[in-house]
Design a binder for this molecule. Structure first.
Ligand SMILES: Cc1cc2nc3c(=O)[nH]c(=O)nc-3n(C[C@H](O)[C@H](O)[C@H](O)COP(=O)(O)O)c2cc1C
Length: 303
């Protein structure tokens, strides 16, 4: 089965016996406690939450994606029965030649099924989990990917940096010193500009896998993912010209504001008023916001 998006991945894992479904959990801590149980050790299943308390059916949360050898193997398009050593060998083989395939720009895709902009944006409609008791916010992005473009070279960096919801139109992320996303962000700030950013929530976990790795400066994780898959990742051009995964479940586009006063580290970057906000979930609200075109039956964010 060729995995093109998160839904294909979920179907593949279900058929491989690698998925547990949970209904009726509360996204306020309870969901996090359940996930903690599944993260006690490797080789336990991924967990897909639906009918989350207070949210419409189909607003799903997927967690614990890459914590089994079998799921990692299947995600990397390797034989399901690969051993840990075979995974290491496969990665070493890939890293020797490091084949890359540039992403393919497409004009449309499922992520465009529902778009909200400006005053219609509301990040709080999603069941972003409050994972732990002392978390300051709900995290819409943990298995997310953050896309930015280097203003000097047009190199597109993709990293995993967690994203918290602050209010309807504001989210925050923290990028540690030295991370590529931080260097890019600071280049914009040094020019007196805010940094354009796209966050994808819910995509082929292969993208998450690659974005969480220390891929060298100047190399795009999108090209590495293409090289690993053996085919180009399909992307759509965002309003700010950034590539966003065409089959993502939820994409948030916004800007990381320049710090407006002297701050000591850690700097919490806040991005806000996303002009574009794609989601392909099937809620009536979303369907009404789109006059025509196909909608897919269920959405799942990889929070
Ligand atoms: C689940 C997960 C969450 C992460 N969260 C953060 C984060 O919030 N901030 C951060 O700086 N790095 C975070 N990282 C680590 C970076 O993703 C990792 O260092 C990556 O290589 C960064 O990409 P870059 O080298 O392109 O900057 C996280 C990694 C994972 C797998």
């Amino acid at each position: 089965m060729a995995v093109q998006d998160l839904r294909d991945w979920i179907a593949l894992m279900e058929s491989a016996g690698e998925l547990r479904k949970v209904q009726g959990a509360d996204s306020d801590i309870e969901l996090g406690v359940i996930v903690d149980q599944f993260q006690r050790r490797m080789e336990l299943p991924a967990v897909l939450f639906d009918e989350i308390k207070g949210y419409p059916k189909g607003f799903r949360v997927l967690a614990n994606t890459l914590t089994s050898t079998r799921r990692i193997a299947l995600t990397l398009r390797l034989p399901a029965e690969s051993s840990k050593m075979e995974l290491v060998q496969a990665w070493r083989k890939y890293a020797k030649k490091y084949p890359k395939i540039a992403p393919r720009w497409v004009s449309d895709g499922p992520v465009n099924e529902n778009i909200r902009r400006g005053k219609d944006v509301d990040l709080t409609i999603f069941p972003a989990p409050k994972w732990h008791e002392h978390d300051g916010n709900r995290y819409i992005g943990t298995g997310c990917i953050v896309v930015q473009k280097d203003p000097d070279s047009n190199w597109v960096n993709v990293g995993v940096y967690r994203v918290a919801v602050h209010d309807e139109k504001t989210a925050g992320l923290y990028i540690s010193p030295g991370k590529h996303g931080r260097l890019i962000m600071e280049k914009y700030w040094a020019r007196g500009q805010d940094c354009p950013v796209v966050v994808s929530v819910g995509h082929d976990p292969m993208l998450f896998f690659v974005a969480g790795l220390e891929i060298p400066y100047g190399v795009s994780e999108l090209e590495v993912a293409g090289g690993l898959k053996g085919e180009a990742v399909q992307v759509i051009e965002s309003d700010a010209g950034l590539p966003l995964p065409a089959t993502a479940e939820i994409v948030i586009e916004g800007r990381i504001f320049r710090p407006f006063r002297r701050m000591t580290t850690p700097i919490i970057a806040v991005f806000s008023v996303p002009p574009r906000f794609g989601n392909n979930s099937s809620s009536r609200e979303f369907q009404e916001s789109k006059q025509s075109g196909p909608t897919r039956p269920e959405g799942a964010g990889c929070f």
